[in-house]
Design a protein around this ligand. Structure first.
Ligand code: ATP
Length: 569
């Protein structure tokens, strides 16, 4: 650019990339984010690609091919990105193209062209194609080519998944300015509405009930910075399970009349699923909904209706599960429900009135619960991520290349927190029982916001001598502690396992005993305390600074001196 040129305004967008749906948004000159409809007029664009003849279909059109052409229709692929074939759960892809093993990852085999062999499309390739379609829709709508985007992903997306996502976008010529967490984007969408430039400090719970999963996060907003305090996920709870209760309900009704179960035929089931999803959405707005399907099974049509009361009863268990997830994430953040100042319900399923009302009931009346059923001024929960991403994109659009490199790091919007738990292991000379105590004491749980400081005391040694204090990164592992066959009888009933099985005696052969144990992942620092007296207490203090620099102090209580060391973050 020459010095005299006016700086060219970059055209940037926000993309919410969901397993079920994606959306695109941009921030207008008035600073307001708007969700863009694609050529078909959809703002929630199904993350689906379908190959029919020589054509590639995308979005709602592709989704409708789940009935006639399921094997060449790729759906629910986002969470497969960067995962090995062994690590993916194929359940959601049961009625669409099945994931197959490909190199180190996952792919789909589809009949892409009529006169060619089936094509193997890696998840990265499918992602590139999907993002290209989204970016093209945005370019069409805005009448300009798109220079960059901010994409939202769940909080448990790994570093390698983020990298692959950025590469997949690059593959279609779209630069990813930043990848941000979905709950942070939801927060940004609401924060943008606040009048003041200094949003109030508060603790917010974001509950995202999507199509295939439910994620909850507790976030501390302090001085305009956000810290994720705790997250919780349920990969088997989402809008699809809500659809399924209606599928079962109507199938039973159909069977009563016609003695045929539509769930037994793949095509009938796909038809019923699509219609039940529509019925479910209508029930979020009205007290009853009709369902009408031509030739559902055995050439027979199906017409019926359901009211909201009935649906609420049918879906009660699922709502209970979401409530359970909310309670557990607040507990994980070491907080009480009373500590939450605001609740934001995100994701399409958060339109469900009963769900929103049940969550509202958990909190005092002073806690604002943002959802269409609880607040008249709420934003559309399915649009929050795209809006937040668009707002963030407009804020960082003018970053130069170096800044962009740095800005792909989540710390730009999320203040640092520990990604791993920090623990202490005290190793001392063996006591009377001849065993050294190598237990890991977790000091600071993962996702603790920093700066943080903790002090604890331990018994140094039962016999006297040198005591080694090790500061470690700790991880929780599931360990198979199935007793050896001959020892089994003794062990039965004396197990302190959390996941106790009470039917021990029966099927001895295959029964596994799994225990959660905390293990050392990496030793970060060591301090040796010499000649510690028998029974003396050892005090350990950990201080993690805002830049994650760790200072460790270990000393014998009542003794002289001690050991102090610093480890850079
Ligand atoms: P995930 O990644 O969990 O699959 P997503 O972020 O891709 O989800 P969303 O658009 O947030 O997808 O949620 C999709 C789910 O929301 C679908 O199950 C859809 O049926 C449901 N949904 C959308 N609108 C409504 C509505 N009005 N009432 C009830 N459910 C709805």
């Amino acid at each position: 650019m020459s010095d005299t040129d006016e700086p060219q305004q970059k055209t940037v967008i926000g993309i919410a990339f969901g397993n079920s749906n994606s959306s695109i948004a941009f921030t207008g000159p008035d600073g307001k984010a708007e969700v863009i409809a694609n050529e078909e007029g959809d703002r929630q664009i199904p993350s689906v690609l379908s190959y029919v003849g020589d054509e590639e279909y995308h979005g709602a059109q592709a989704k409708s091919h789940l009935v006639r052409n399921p094997r060449d229709t790729i759906a629910f692929f986002r969470d497969y990105l960067g995962k090995s074939f062994a690590a993916v759960d194929p359940t959601n892809a049961h009625s669409s193209a099945h994931p197959i093993q490909h190199d180190t990852g996952v792919a789909f085999s589809v009949q892409e062209k009529t006169d060619a062999d089936p094509a193997t499309l890696s998840v990265s390739e499918v992602t590139t194609r999907h993002i290209k379609r989204l970016s093209d829709s945005a370019a069409d709508f805005l009448g300009k080519s798109i220079d960059g985007c901010v994409i939202t992903v769940p909080t448990d997306f790994s570093e390698s998944q983020r990298k692959l996502l950025a590469e997949a976008s690059k593959g279609c010529g779209l630069t990813v300015l930043q990848i941000i967490h979905e709950p942070v984007a939801a927060l940004l969408a609401y924060a943008a509405r606040e009048e003041t430039s200094h949003p109030a400090d508060k603790t917010i719970l974001v509950v995202d009930v999507g199509g295939t999963r439910t994620d909850a996060a507790v976030i501390a907003a302090r001085g305009g910075m956000y810290t994720l305090l705790a997250t919780q996920h349920d990969y088997e709870l989402g809008g699809r399970q809500f659809d399924e209760v209606l599928v079962d309900h109507f199938s039973k009704e159909f069977m009563k009349k016609h003695k045929t179960d539509p769930r037994e035929n793949e095509r009938s089931l796909a038809k019923l699923r699509l219609e039940c999803e529509n019925t479910k959405k209508t029930l979020s707005l009205s007290n009853s909904s009709q369902i009408s399907i031509d030739s559902l099974a055995g050439g027979l049509d199906f017409h019926s209706s359901v009211n909201r009361l009935r649906y609420d009863l049918l879906s009660k268990k699922l709502v209970d599960q979401v409530v359970g997830l909310v309670e557990s994430v607040v507990k994980k953040a070491e907080m009480d429900l009373m500590d939450i100042n605001e609740v934001i319900l995100a994701g399409g399923t958060s339109h469900t009135p009963k769900l929103a009302l049940r969550i509202q009931q958990l909190f005092p009346a002073t806690t604002a619960v943002q959802s269409p059923a609880t607040t008249t001024t709420s934003l559309n929960p399915a649009e929050l991520c795209a809006r937040g991403a668009a707002i963030q994109a407009s804020l960082i659009a003018e970053f130069d290349a170096e800044d962009i490199e740095q800005s792909t790091h989540p710390a730009v919007t999320v203040t640092p927190h520990l990604t791993k738990s920090l623990g202490v292991v005290i190793t001392s000379p063996a006591g009377d029982d001849g065993k050294a105590d190598d237990k890991v004491y977790v000091f600071l749980e993962s996702e603790t916001a920093v700066p943080a400081r903790r002090t604890a005391t331990f018994t140094g040694t039962n016999v006297g001598g040198d005591v080694l204090v090790r500061i470690v990164e700790a991880k929780k592992e599931s360990v198979d502690v199935t007793p050896a066959k001959e020892a089994k009888e003794k062990v039965n009933g004396a197990d302190d396992d959390e996941d106790d099985d009470d039917d021990d005696d029966e099927d001895d052969e295959d029964e596994k005993v799994i225990k959660r144990v905390t293990e050392v992942e990496r030793v970060i620092a060591e301090a040796l305390l010499k000649d510690v007296k028998k029974g003396a207490k050892v005090e350990v203090m950990l201080n993690v600074a805002g830049d994650l620099t760790l200072t460790v102090t270990a000393r014998v209580v009542g003794g002289q001196g001690g050991v102090r060391g610093t480890v850079p973050g």
